[in-house]
Ligand binder design. Structure first.
Ligand code: SF4
Length: 397
């Protein structure tokens, strides 16, 4: 690890406000040095290593737990073979041991009771709690129908509850995070490339020559592998362009920081398209081969000059031109990062679509240093009896 990468990760961790001044940068990202020490002292045999993964966020980094002879977890470290973490957990994942041992951690079900007119909880066994829930589900189903029980789910564990609800006979299921987080981005990229971005984003940041962040805060968001890969990209001399009204962690490491007026991103991106098309620095071969509607796009963006965008975005025309040329110079190893939590202003799908179109003009979709295509492993369906059919279907109303 080079000095600058260590420094970047240290700055990133400091951005979380959770670092003691004396803590070294490398330790903040789950160094394996503790285990190395044990191996050196030949005491690692006393520890049992168990495969696990971190559930603190949706990145789901694969990890190893080290348990002593008394069954106490002493350390959690990243799994080297996992490209989500490259063997290093972020500060939250590394803190998993503390979370596991937290005295306030809920370890048994609690049932609400009233004591002297006050609501409180008492501990219950799993059997008692599950029987109570099942009896309430049954009562509701008999009185109002199964579909009157609604599931508001999120993330990977939500799929287990979804299965349960479908087996119960309810498809009253919603995932609000789609409309609160990634929905517009997936819509914008789908409209452009016919494919979702998905999670984690298939961005080849490590090999990129130019990374453009528009409202994306790598280094503050702690999306583990992306933070590490951005550090590597910086070490490799990649140009970082950050569009953010704030001097964010990423902006502080960028060659270009565009302190844009909030809510004017689309104007900036239209003017970038204008420069890239008018100067003929788009990926002509890629566009000829894969794109439809290029002439209409060219005509549409011809009015959106950097001078036009300046009055809206407050970004100077020469900076708009210079950054557009920097992207084109790096193409196709360039990423206009699709971001996350992209529900902002009400024009978010179009904002994401502008990002997707810029990526298309630069030919970065499916290219090294741009966006890669994910390979999926087919896992056979779990054998299950036919699910109950709901009597009520929202789609038919
Ligand atoms: S990014 Fe951090 S919190 Fe999220 S899964 Fe990985 S180690 Fe855990």
């Amino acid at each position: 690890m080079t000095t600058s990468r260590r420094k970047f990760i240290k700055i990133s961790a400091l951005g979380l406000g959770a670092v003691a001044a004396s803590t070294t940068a490398i330790n903040m990202f789950g160094s394996n040095s503790y285990i190395d020490e044990l191996v050196k002292k030949n005491v690692s045999k006393k520890f049992k290593r168990t495969a696990t993964y971190c559930e603190v966020c949706f990145w789901k980094c694969a990890a190893w737990t080290y348990t002593n002879e008394d069954g106490e977890i002493k350390k959690i470290i990243g799994n080297d073979n996992d490209p989500h973490c490259y063997g290093r957990l972020c500060p939250r994942g590394t803190g998993g041991v503390g979370m596991y041992n937290d005295e306030d951690r809920l370890k048994t079900p609690l049932i609400r009771i009233t004591v002297n007119g006050e609501d409180t909880f008492r501990k219950a066994s799993w059997d008692e709690a599950l029987d109570l829930i099942a009896s309430k589900f049954k009562d509701i189903k008999e009185t109002y129908g199964a579909e009157s029980v609604a599931l508001i789910k999120h993330g990977a564990p939500g799929s287990h509850f979804e299965h349960l609800f479908k087996a119960f006979g309810s498809d009253t299921i919603a995932e609000p995070a789609y409309a609160q987080c990634r929905g517009p981005r997936e819509t914008g990229f789908s409209l452009t490339f016919g494919s979702w971005i998905g999670s984690p984003e298939p961005t080849d940041i490590r090999d990129t020559k130019c990374l453009v962040l528009i409202g994306s805060h790598i280094g503050e968001n702690m999306h583990n592998s992306q933070v590490q890969e951005m550090s590597d990209a910086i070490d490799n001399g990649a140009t970082i362009i950050t569009v953010d009204p704030r001097l964010s962690t990423a902006a502080s490491k960028s060659k270009f920081w565009l302190a844009i007026k909030p809510a004017t991103d689309i104007a900036l991106m239209l003017s970038w398209m204008n420069v890239i098309i008018e100067e003929g620095i788009y990926d002509k071969e890629y566009i000829n081969k894969y794109a439809t509607g290029f002439d209409e796009l060219k005509k549409h963006v011809s009015q959106f000059t950097p001078e036009w965008a300046y009055g809206i975005t407050t970004i100077k025309p020469e900076v708009i031109r210079e950054t557009a040329r920097a992207m084109a110079h790096a193409a196709p190893s360039v990423i206009i990062h699709p971001g996350r939590h992209v529900v902002w202003y009400g024009d978010d799908s179009q904002r994401a679509r502008a990002m997707a179109i810029l990526n298309a003009l630069l030919g970065s979709w499916g290219r090294r240093g741009g966006f890669y295509f994910k390979e999926a492993i087919k896992v056979p369906d779990f054998p299950a009896p036919p699910l109950a059919l709901p009597k009520f279907e929202a789609r038919k109303v």
